[in-house]
Design a protein around this ligand. Structure first.
Ligand SMILES: *Cc1c(COP(=O)(O)O)cnc(C)c1O
Length: 553
């Protein structure tokens, strides 16, 4: 595999045989004391920071044309070599020259398909510092001041969401017996944590029953005379919620999907209908109702205030999945889109999405600082009772100091800096939608609420036939359109100049109305209308070429 990155000139020539002995071990394990070695290591660091960055800047393509099949033949060796194979310098060169070009260039402004993409350059520096310090935030003994920083940054984001009074934060910011939230691996584990806590709160100890966490669901159902417990969320809920149903033992069948309205927000009437059916069934415990603040597929925000009212009426835990949309709260212009989030009992936010942090960082926040006590665990060597050990109330064990990255980023950017990113995304998505409406070949499927939009290729004659035709005809045309959209998206992705993703949406909540759509997420501040027009032009060209080779049946 060749690449156009110049070989590291300063890398020492590869010796024939490398040996793993104590001398080599010490050399690799400790910081070099002499100036020459220090110089070399600095060069490597420079190469990583700028070699990789220059490469990513130069190659706007998403991937080279080599297929995974062709690539995988280079990765079939399964033995670990006994002696060292390579020096650090050669490994770094390999990563930059052989791996990076075949990875996905998510930093390209032409990469508008997913919710994790370009990050500010300074994040690489922050991540490096976190790696160098190598603190383990599971306990104070391996993190000390970092645990205190974590409590502070948790309070900052809690305040962004719940906007409690200054006295509240004075009281809780460094309180040892409570916590305002916790850092976890990602949105999936954040959602799982919130629902785990909600489950335990729904089946607390009583009359000799010691609580669901200790005795399990079977005993809980007996103690509370419950046949099943359910979680309600819109049909567009993230699949991590179904996983949670599985992990928590309630069964993912009991994560009940509610239909959405024409704006892809949870349909409140359907929700009320389902609630009344559940009440009639009797002996059903509702663990949580979930509102989504930015659905993964269309970026729609559920009516959070109304959901909060319904939860209050029914005394049900209200969870908001703001894994994606949460940071919109930093935008003065658009934070109103998330009105009602402050009424949630728990909120999920991802750091690696709209906080633009490096992979991976999830967070979950609780309105009630004592709520996480429902999942308290202790051990004798870690997470001791009454200590500040952050590992007491979290699903994770050992974990990195993501709080240092988030806290530093908040200082570097300010909420106003983040707002510039958020506003750019939302406003560019709006212009993008207008452009789609201007072009005859395309049909806008979802108007962007946040910075996500979906559309599809739909040539005018087919659009007209769809509007006027009967059910059979509509089904047939949608099927044809699905094939066209799938094909164009694939060809564009394989060509490697740009990337939009695709998904399947249901029109009018009808399973037989599956429509394949292009899905765009505007996160990169360099993605502008000039680039978007180029991406659309390319899709038009691919469509025309495909059409002339392969006329639709
Ligand atoms: C991305 C996302 C998740 C899952 O987060 P991960 O970090 O990928 O685990 C959950 N919910 C929503 C709404 C998301 O967009």
């Amino acid at each position: 595999m060749e690449s156009d990155i110049k070989k590291a000139e300063d890398a020492p020539p590869q010796k024939k045989v490398l040996i793993a002995d104590r001398k080599a071990l010490l050399r690799t394990f400790i910081m070099p004391e002499n100036d020459a070695a220090r110089e070399t290591l600095l060069k490597y660091m420079e190469q990583i920071l700028f070699g990789l960055h220059d490469f990513l800047k130069k190659n706007v393509g998403i991937t080279e044309e080599k297929s995974i099949k062709e690539l995988s033949v280079f990765f079939e060796e399964t033995r670990i070599s006994e002696n060292p194979e390579k020096r650090l310098a050669n490994v770094i060169t390999d990563l930059i020259e052989d791996i990076a070009p075949h990875a996905v260039n998510v930093t390209s402004p032409y990469f508008i398909g997913h919710m994790t993409s370009a990050i500010p350059f300074f994040m690489v520096h922050l991540k490096t510092i976190v790696a160098a310090l190598n603190q383990n935030v599971v306990k104070l003994e391996t993190s000390k001041v970092v645990s205190v920083v974590e409590k502070q940054v948790l309070a900052k984001i809690h305040r962004l969401i719940f906007r409690k009074k200054e006295t509240f934060y004075k009281k809780y910011v460094q309180d040892i017996s409570t916590t305002l939230g916790c850092f976890v691996e990602g949105g999936t584990t954040a959602n799982l944590t919130a629902l785990w806590v909600a489950r335990n709160a729904a089946f607390p100890p009583k009359n000799g029953f010691r609580g669901v966490e200790i005795e399990g669901l079977n005993a809980a159902y007996k103690a509370y005379r419950v046949d099943r417990s359910v979680i309600l969320v819109s049909r567009l809920g993230h699949y991590s919620l179904k996983k949670s149903g599985g992990v928590l033992g309630i069964g993912n069948n009991n994560v009940i999907p509610i239909n959405v309205d024409k704006n892809n927000r949870i349909d409140i009437d359907c929700l009320r209908q389902t609630l009344s059916e559940i009440k009639q069934e009797g002996n059903v415990k509702i663990l949580a109702i979930i509102g989504i603040a930015g659905t993964t597929e269309t970026g729609a925000v559920d009516p959070l205030k109304r959901l909060a009212e319904i939860c209050a009426e029914n005394k049900v835990h209200f969870h908001v999945d703001a894994a994606y949309g949460g940071p919109t709260l930093m935008s003065r212009k658009y934070r109103h889109l998330l009105d009602g989030i402050e009424l949630a009992d728990s909120v999920t936010i991802d750091g690696h999405k709209q906080f633009y942090m490096p992979m991976t960082c999830g967070m979950v926040y609780f309105k009630d600082p004592a709520f996480l006590n429902n999942i308290e665990y202790h051990a004798n060597y870690v997470a001791r009772r009454g200590s500040l050990d952050l590992g007491i109330k979290t699903l994770s064990g050992s974990r990195e100091a993501n709080s240092l990255i988030l806290d530093s980023a908040l200082k570097i950017m300010g909420s106003q800096g983040y707002a510039l990113l958020i506003d750019h995304g939302i406003e560019t998505a709006k212009q993008f939608a207008e452009e789609i409406e201007r072009r005859d070949l395309f049909q806008l499927i979802t108007t962007p609420e946040l910075n996500v939009l979906t559309y599809r290729i739909c040539p005018k004659p087919m659009g007209e036939a769809l509007a006027s035709g009967g059910h059979e005809q509509k089904m047939r045309i949608n099927k044809e359109l699905n094939t066209i959209n799938r094909t164009v998206q694939r060809i564009q992705r394989e060509a490697g100049h740009s990337f939009v993703s695709r998904t399947v949406l249901l029109k009018d909540n009808q399973p037989e109305n599956e429509i394949v759509v292009m899905r765009c997420v505007i996160m990169n501040p360099l993605t502008d209308m000039r680039i978007i027009n180029k991406i659309l032009d390319e899709q038009e060209e691919i469509y025309k070429e495909r059409d002339s080779n392969d006329p639709p049946a």
